[in-house]
Design a protein around this ligand. Structure first.
Ligand code: F6R
Length: 245
């Protein structure tokens, strides 16, 4: 695990954009793993700017997002498909059919299980993920692999923990239905990526970052699994790194 501490969240996003650009400029059919949430928004803004100024092209890129809420339509304002369209896909030259977000609208458990298996198969068929972008939850989750997730887990249905539901309440209107279940890549799926880049910014992430880097390998801190990954890079701003020894 390589840990890089940079002065600001802006520097973190520029570092991440350079890493993404390196991957997509160095392969014919690069495969990116993408995350949603507040942390990668500045990264996506930077990638949009670089694409629009023709410094990078996503025309050959294949992408797989980490997760999607169960029980809401792709077109729902809070779906992760909508998030990705709004923050990245609508503004770059990626072929839309090359972008993948878990299909999770159904509430039927068998349909969801098939969808999870199809997702795993599609990642394999694409040749595996070259670079997986991650954020980290305040409880140490990666993707929606909440505490207690097995390090061997694959794409599956996961119940969101109370702290995740509360943290994500800010995106939903008052009285709007907020899903408590998600379809997420597993920790085992994430660990198979050839490279992983976890971005963490802000004071609120400091304790989770400490547990990920300095704590024991533990299902109670899913991100600690990255200690097992040979080429994981954790890029932090000073606030997120503030309680590291
Ligand atoms: C989102 C995801 C989550 C987020 C995490 C941090 O696809 O997989 O693990 O990365 O919840 O979210 P933010 O960046 O909003 O703090």
């Amino acid at each position: 695990m390589q840990v890089i501490i940079l002065p600001s969240a802006h520097d973190v996003s520029l570092y991440a954009a350079d890493r993404v650009a390196d991957v997509i400029n160095s392969k014919t059919n690069p495969v990116l793993g993408l995350a949603t949430g507040s942390t990668p928004i500045a990264l996506y803004k930077e990638l949009v700017a670089r694409c629009q100024s023709e410094q990078v092209s996503f025309c050959q890129t294949i992408s797989f997002n980490l997760d999607e809420y169960i029980g809401i339509a792709d077109s729902h304002a809070q779906s992760y498909r909508t998030f990705m369209n709004q923050h990245l896909f609508d503004h770059i030259d990626i072929v839309r059919s090359n972008t993948h977000v878990p299909l999770a609208e159904s509430q039927d458990i068998d349909v969801l299980k098939d969808s999870a298996q199809d997702y795993e198969n599609s990642i394999q068929q694409a040749g595996g993920i070259d670079l997986q972008i991650l954020g980290i939850g305040v409880n140490g989750h990666i993707g929606f692999n909440e505490p207690t997730s097995s390090f061997a887990s694959r794409t599956r249905i996961k119940t969101l923990s109370e702290s995740t539901v509360v943290a994500n309440q800010r995106f939903f209107k008052e009285n709007e239905y907020q899903p408590h279940l998600a379809l997420t890549m597993g920790i085992g799926t994430i660990l198979e990526s050839r490279a992983v880049l976890l971005m963490a910014t802000g004071k609120a992430k400091a304790e989770a970052v400490k547990a990920m880097i300095e704590g024991p390998l533990s299902a109670m801190c899913p991100a600690s699994a990255l200690q097992l990954h040979k080429t994981a890079t954790l890029v932090l701003d000073e606030e997120a790194a503030s309680v590291l020894v």
